[in-house]
Design a protein around this ligand. Structure first.
Ligand code: NAP
Ligand code: ZN
Length: 352
């Protein structure tokens, strides 16, 4: 076994603290990675606090991982020691169901293996994520990072980037379309950047009026404060597509009313308790659709990274030390993230 040091939670009520643990010995198709940076996703907080009711403790969160290859198994041909690589939300899947055959591993019919709080396929026990010194991952789940991108800024692409890129592509967002992004946090700010890069007219919906200028700088053409009914009314029946990234339960109706005929709102935010059921009439009138989307497959994640490489797109980050992770969670709960925390893993060697 390989020893690893990281930060994790031992129960839903405890703050994250330093933990030592073990990972499997690298297999012939494994890549062993020394972690440089790890983004902080709201899913990490949901899981650390068992808000989805499925956490196995201890849990070491983190699925926006950037690192350097330390060693590769005999069968690995795509990577060599020293390469800059990424790992996102998945580290394995069955590889033989119809979803895996289409590189939609996130919808694996036998259940993909999450980067943390997943069932380890080889050594048993649970997987541990990227708030740590190193990780061992099957080569098929390791991503190449374009070398022109800032490595720390690229970390959030591995979850926030692909989770917004995939639905924007699935619903064919492009020039001539009016696209809404709901919520300006980690996912939302990547949604603005990517929808803008795809050529859409982008409107941000926010509950935080103070984020107006930032949203414009990130690429939004318009900003609507969603609590302001007059501002909302001005956009009725006008959207082709809305991507909802909000991490808390809220009424979906005010947004459904803004969709055109045949428009779609896709939910990616995953609150701990459900949204109130929307008015069916808001769907029937206008043949509107309400959908969901889960991260993205490995091939599409590489496509997204290459898309970002060609356009120089990275996340707007605030770098933190791992010792400050609990304070970062509290700020995330107050919607005070500008616009993704990224942990500098060199801080693991510092005193608390
Ligand atoms: P985040 O950085 O905390 O951003 C969430 C944003 O939602 C906030 O910045 C805020 O934006 C808005 N918001 C928060 N509370 C709200 C409330 N009570 N009412 C209205 N708006 C509120 O979180 P994130 O990392 O982007 O993640 C967002 C959600 O997506 C989480 O639930 C996460 O678990 C989920 N997620 C899903 C997937 C997937 O595959 N589907 C992948 C990753 C994450 P404003 O200040 O602009 O209003
Ligand atoms: Zn995530």
């Amino acid at each position: 076994m390989i020893t690893s040091t990281g930060y994790g939670a031992t129960s839903a009520r405890e703050p994250l603290s330093k933990l030592d643990f073990e990972r499997r010995d690298p297999r012939p198709d494994d890549v062993q990675i020394d972690i440089l940076y790890c983004g902080v996703c709201h899913s990490d907080l949901h899981t650390a606090r068992n808000e989805w009711g499925n956490t196995v403790y201890p849990v070491v969160p983190g699925h926006e991982i950037i690192g350097r290859v330390a060693a590769v198994g005999d069968q690995v041909t795509r990577f060599k020691p020293g390469d800059l690589v990424g790992v996102g939300c998945m580290v394995d899947s069955c590889q033989h169901c119809s979803a895996c055959a289409e590189s939609l591993e996130q919808y694996c019919e036998n259940g993909f293996v999450g980067t943390y709080n997943g069932e380890e396929m080889h050594s048993g026990g649970m997987t541990y994520g990227g708030y740590s010194s190193n990780i061992v991952v099957r080569d098929k789940f390791v991503l190449r990072i374009p070398d022109n991108l800032d490595p720390a800024g690229a970390a959030p692409l591995l979850c926030a980037g692909i989770t917004t890129y995939s639905p924007l592509r699935q619903w064919k967002v492009g020039p001539g379309q009016k696209v809404g992004i709901v919520g300006l946090g980690g996912l939302g700010h990547m949604g603005i950047k990517l929808a803008h890069a795809m050529g859409a007219h982008v409107v941000l919906f926010t509950t935080s009026p103070g984020k107006r200028e930032d949203a414009k700088r990130l690429g939004a053409d318009e900003v609507v404060v969603s609590k302001n009914a007059d501002e909302m009314r001005a956009h009725r029946n006008s959207f082709d597509f809305i991507l909802n990234t909000v991490a808390a339960p809220h009424s979906l109706d005010p947004f459904l009313e803004l969709l055109k005929r045949d428009g779609t709102m896709t939910l990616v935010g995953a609150p701990a308790s459900p949204h109130p059921s929307p008015q069916v009439f808001n769907l029937i009138f206008g043949r509107r659709r309400l959908a969901g989307s889960l991260i993205g497959g490995i091939a599409e994640t590489q496509e997204m990274l290459d898309f970002c490489g060609e356009r120089g797109i990275v996340s707007d980050i605030e770098m933190i030390r791992i010792q400050d992770i609990n304070a970062a969670y509290e700020r995330m709960l107050k919607s005070d993230v500008k616009y993704r925390f990224v942990i500098d893993m060199a801080s693991l060697k510092q005193q608390a």
